[in-house]
Design a binder for this molecule. Structure first.
Ligand SMILES: O=C(O)CCC(=O)C(=O)O
Length: 314
């Protein structure tokens, strides 16, 4: 078994041995609390000298990791308001057809899962509980690991503009995301180690936004033999996986109990957002939106739209 798998399962088995919901996290890189890191972790973690000039990004701390060129984490990038906004979008808008969800293949198109669930519809409640992902822009076909030529839904401008701003500040601009996967994690729904390599444009990063419960993200190497590093990702963080890091195995090993920030909790949130906070708290939820630029340029995109999968740049 490769070191990646040992690493992933190592964490998971430590977890189950020690305590069901909170593992021994001594070796997890924590850029939110630098004093909690082991000397070894502090050697890996570097604060980037990259300066963000746009107002929203001013004063944000950006971290890089030695040995992972092109991999950055921006701490607390999204304000609480932005996070609530994107929870709302992720629940009310993104899972609606024609976007595909994990339910589509088996159950066909299902409209307004969240709205109907809040209104008390039992079948919608069941679908909502099992909602694991939905896709935006070019819809992704999980079995063939390809983007659908014929299933393109206008990519949300707000995610596109936000990611372009981030990418430009990291010297990855201009960035035109054409697809995104929205993942709905719960305490029992994690993500195994994988590499995202279905995009024709691999020189542009994956830009990944974390909202809700704190998670343990594993970043491995380009083969499964590299032991992964474990890193905490918290609500509001943004991860940028570019450069060689774009080819690295990665996954989510744990969702941690009682880590939803107060501003997303039912007790503290503005009453008009209580329904979203209830959803987040019910199963220790974490929502992740990760955007990808699929095509190198407009010409390649048009060729794909006309003729189907491109092979030349892979
Ligand atoms: O949830 C995350 O932070 C990572 C998601 C991911 O790796 C993916 O969707 O490919």
């Amino acid at each position: 078994m490769g070191k990646w798998l040992v690493g992933l399962f190592g964490i998971v088995s430590v977890v189950t041995q020690i305590e069901a919901d909170y593992p021994d996290t001594t070796n997890v890189i924590d850029f939110h609390n630098l004093e909690n890191n082991t000397p070894e972790n502090l050697q890996v973690l570097e604060q980037s000298t990259m300066s963000f000039t746009k107002e929203e990004l001013l004063s944000k701390k950006i971290y890089t990791f030695k040995g992972y060129p092109g991999f950055y984490v921006i701490k607390d990038l999204m304000t609480p308001e932005k996070q609530i906004y994107w929870i709302k979008q992720a629940l009310e808008t993104y899972p609606n057809p024609p976007n595909i969800t994990n339910h589509t293949m088996k159950n066909g198109e299902i409209l307004d899962i969240f709205k109907r669930s809040v209104e008390g519809d039992e079948s919608a409640k069941n679908y909502l509980k099992k909602l694991a992902w939905c896709t935006l822009g070019y819809q992704y076909e999980w079995t063939t690991r390809k983007y659908h030529k014929d299933k393109f839904v206008q990519f949300p401008h707000d995610i596109g503009n936000f990611c372009d701003l981030i990418a430009c500040q990291c010297n990855y601009g201009p960035y035109k995301p054409e697809a995104a996967i929205v993942n709905f994690y719960s305490k029992d729904r994690l993500m195994g180690g994988h590499v995202d390599d279905a995009e024709y444009e691999m020189t542009k990063p994956i830009i990944s936004l974390s909202i809700g419960s704190k998670s343990i993200f594993l970043l491995g190497g380009e083969t499964r033999d590299t032991e992964p590093k474990a890193i905490f990702l918290e609500s509001g963080d943004c991860m940028i996986m570019g450069g060689r890091a774009r080819y690295c195995f990665h996954g989510i090993a744990r969702i941690l109990k009682d880590t939803i920030p107060e501003y997303l909790q039912t007790k503290f949130v503005d009453p008009k957002y209580k329904i979203y906070a209830e959803y987040m708290e019910r199963d220790m939820m974490r929502i992740n939106i990760n955007a990808r630029q699929v095509f190198v340029d407009e010409e390649q995109k048009q060729d794909f739209d006309t003729n189907g999968p491109v092979t030349s740049s892979q």
